[in-house]
Write a protein that binds this ligand. Structure first.
Ligand SMILES: Cc1cc2nc3c(=O)[nH]c(=O)nc-3n(C[C@H](O)[C@H](O)[C@H](O)COP(=O)(O)OP(=O)(O)OC[C@H]3O[C@@H](n4cnc5c(N)ncnc54)[C@H](O)[C@@H]3O)c2cc1C
Length: 328
């Protein structure tokens, strides 16, 4: 089989890369082995303009957002499905000090502050902020429907990519019965095993994620308490997440889960029912640099990785830049 571009991995990086290439008229194939602790599947998948607890705007947010909207909307059109939606984000201050830090950075273009002691029956002793320009992405739908679309119109294989089978002959990539003009690796944390990019400072961290049922809570908002609560569907919410850099296993952190639910229950007037507890790993790099680059010896081999905590916001722009470098 002949392809213009073979992509390894279909998390958010591989999904966006395949869409951008198809949009330019290229034929693509994807090899993805749908791993269990997949970052893109377990993410809260929100776009948030502010970074950390300092209330600073994410650098180059406008550019990232306009690229994201352009490409997610393009995918929506192909799939005839709503994938990205604007959502107001209510941030409940956990202390007076936290509220003061936010007040010093106040910028009504990005967020407003209220001193009210409650928001829609939710206890907020220190007031709350309403963050604008937030979006949520229906990632389950995105990955599943995109996979089906690629299977129908292009090529997708649900297997492990075996690096030793890849051969470079006459400036073409040969992988088993596939011949491709270019290859792009989007393997998330598994890139640690990629022999072509073995000198890069890949690293990872783990996060526990809870899926909870909360009858009565308005699902039109993203909420941040000590942890973040993101509506998925009806009464089902995503709750998380912690960041653990030093770890030896992917066992569930039960202690964290209990205290996370208890903290949330202290503020919510609705009973919280735990549905599922999962653990994911985030692909990142030492120094937290996103890696969107060509191989040093092969201009037709690319890598998109290290998307860290903002993969759903930043994948589009970095992928666009990578394709430009690769002259695709
Ligand atoms: C708990 C948590 C919450 C998050 N919340 C957000 C958020 O709200 N907003 C946001 O923007 N980001 C968030 N992130 C970060 C975001 O999820 C990541 O930046 C993003 O998912 C990384 O995507 P990726 O495509 O690079 O990697 P992955 O999602 O890991 O995808 C890699 C894919 O490649 C496949 N693969 C790997 N190796 C091979 C191989 N050899 N053969 C075949 N297939 C292979 C894997 O099976 C997988 O399908 C969160 C992450 C976590 C863990």
């Amino acid at each position: 089989m002949k392809l213009d571009v073979l992509i390894v991995g279909q998390g958010i990086a591989g999904t966006i890369a395949s869409y951008q290439l198809i949009n330019k008229g290229y034929t693509v194939g994807i090899i993805d082995n749908a791993k269990q602790h997949l970052s893109s599947q377990l993410a809260s998948a929100i776009i948030n303009p502010l970074s950390g607890k300092k209330w600073n705007q994410v650098a180059q947010f406008d550019k990232f957002l306009s690229d994201s909207l352009l490409y997610y909307k393009g995918i929506e059109k192909i799939l005839n499905q709503s994938i990205i939606k604007p959502k107001n984000h209510i941030y409940f201050f956990q202390s007076k000090e936290e509220q003061l830090v936010a007040k010093q950075q106040i910028n009504p273009e990005w967020f407003t502050i209220s001193e009210e002691k409650a928001f829609k029956n939710i206890n907020s002793p220190y007031g709350f902020a309403q963050i604008k320009h937030c979006y949520s992405i229906a990632q389950d739908l995105l990955f599943e429907k995109w996979k089906q679309y690629i299977a129908q119109h292009y090529y997708i294989e649900n297997t492990l990519f075996e690096y030793q089978e890849l051969k470079h002959i006459n400036n073409q990539w040969h992988y088993k019965d596939i011949q491709s003009n270019a290859i792009i690796f989007c393997e998330g944390i598994n890139a640690i095993n990629n022999p072509y990019f073995k000198d890069l400072p890949f690293t990872k961290n783990r996060g526990d994620v809870l899926y909870v049922n909360i009858a009565g809570l308005d699902n039109n908002y993203i909420y941040s308490f000590k942890e973040r609560l993101v509506p998925i569907k009806n009464q089902l919410f995503w709750l998380g997440s912690n960041h653990t850099w030093e770890y030896t296993d992917l066992l569930k952190n039960e202690e964290w889960a209990i205290s996370c639910i208890q903290d949330l229950q202290d503020q919510l007037p609705y009973p919280i029912q735990l549905i599922e507890h999962k653990v994911a790993e985030r692909p990142t790099s030492i120094g937290q640099q996103i890696m969107a680059m060509q191989h040093k010896d092969y201009s037709n081999m690319g890598l998109l990785n290290g998307l860290g905590t903002r993969g759903f916001l930043q994948a589009s722009t970095h992928c666009k830049d990578l394709l430009a470098k690769m002259q695709l």
